[in-house]
Design a protein around this ligand. Structure first.
Ligand code: ATP
Length: 320
């Protein structure tokens, strides 16, 4: 289906005959593929007698050749899938099947994109970035300390380089613009942290999405909505790779403490009144920052306390 989509991605009309000739298949084969595009990828195709077919809106598809030709360093081997349940789940399956990291899986769509605590990540076809990087963890648990915050910092740098100057971080690792979520991060582990262990760095970025058909239950935005034009996802992936390589290198060599000040400088909620939802009861306090391992420091009733763990969720208080 992807070769057909590449021909259609400009959003112009293409006759069935021309599409068939370009792909070396019959017009009826093209017609079948178009049916699948609509059914499987939920991509609306317009048909006009005498003019042919066109996509409802143009796309800029991810392209392995373009990415391979870019200057993204290092060249982590990369595979683009048209559709997958979740890029993190795919990476975990590949690791279990013996594929050796580092490698990246990108998808044009996720059917069961995931957030933290089993929540859903809305992932329509061809619009956003669904990116998972598999890395080997050398050096045990210490190597994981603050890692998700460092990934947030690298992602923020890539967004800023693309012009998203108002973007900032929300602990532990969401990226927000004016209180609206533009990107999220989900780290998952496989193996034994005391032995051979791999980490999957999952990143979802709203790049060109303008409508979610009511599927997202909190304020969100996208790069296109903020910047006012279609964003080239291939260029963004290259920039993200560059920033991840840089920041993961610093983290590996010097640990999170080397990046702690920079992270706090970019934390949107420093000094704000917040409520932290934990498994048990909510805790309210003032954000002091993060500690050397990336745990959140709050002043709660005059006493400093630190919090860490994947089950924690931060919200601003109304009086903040
Ligand atoms: P926390 O504040 O604890 O990070 P969260 O609500 O942001 O919690 P995540 O697991 O980070 O939760 O992300 C999942 C949530 O993000 C979903 O429940 C939904 O509210 C929202 N969401 C889902 N898809 C998108 C998307 N494409 N863009 C922005 N937000 C989304």
């Amino acid at each position: 289906m992807l070769p057909l989509l590449r021909l259609l991605q400009d959003g112009s009309f293409h006759s069935g005959e021309a599409l068939g000739a370009a792909l070396g298949v019959s017009r009826s084969a093209i017609w079948k593929q178009l049916q699948s595009l609509e059914a499987e990828l939920a991509l609306p195709v317009h048909r006009v007698r005498g003019r042919g077919y066109r996509l409802e809106s143009p796309l800029l598809l991810l392209d392995e050749n373009v990415l391979a030709a870019g200057e993204s360093s290092p060249m982590w081997p990369l595979r683009i899938l048209p559709s997958v349940d979740s890029t993190n789940a795919e990476v975990l399956r590949r690791l279990a099947g013996g594929q050796v990291p580092p490698f990246i899986i990108l998808a044009e769509r996720q059917t069961s994109g995931r957030g933290r605590r089993g929540r859903n990540w809305v992932s329509p076809f061809g619009e956003n970035l669904y990116y998972s990087l598999a890395l080997q963890v050398d050096g045990g648990m210490r190597q994981l300390e603050g890692l998700s915050l460092v990934v947030g910092l690298a992602l923020l740098r890539a967004l800023r380089a693309a012009g998203m100057t108002a973007a900032g971080l929300k602990w532990p690792n969401d990226v927000l613009v004016d209180g609206r979520k533009v990107a999220g991060i989900l780290l998952e582990l496989s193996g034994d942290p005391a032995d051979v262990c791999h980490v999957v760095i999952g990143i979802g970025v709203n790049v060109n999405m303008l409508a979610d058909r009511g599927a997202i239950d909190q304020p969100w935005t996208s790069m296109r909505a903020e910047l006012g034009g279609l964003v080239d996802r291939n260029e963004f992936v290259s920039e993200l790779n560059r920033q991840l390589s840089l920041y993961l290198g610093i983290h590996q060599a010097s640990g999170f403490s080397a990046l702690r000040d920079e992270w706090q400088d970019n934390h949107l909620w420093q000094g704000r009144n917040v409520t932290l939802t934990t498994g048990a009861r909510p805790v309210s306090g003032v954000v002091l920052g993060v500690d050397r391992s990336g745990a959140l420091r709050l002043r709660v009733a005059g006493v400093e306390q630190s919090f860490s763990g994947g089950e924690l969720s931060l919200r601003l208080n109304n009086d903040s």
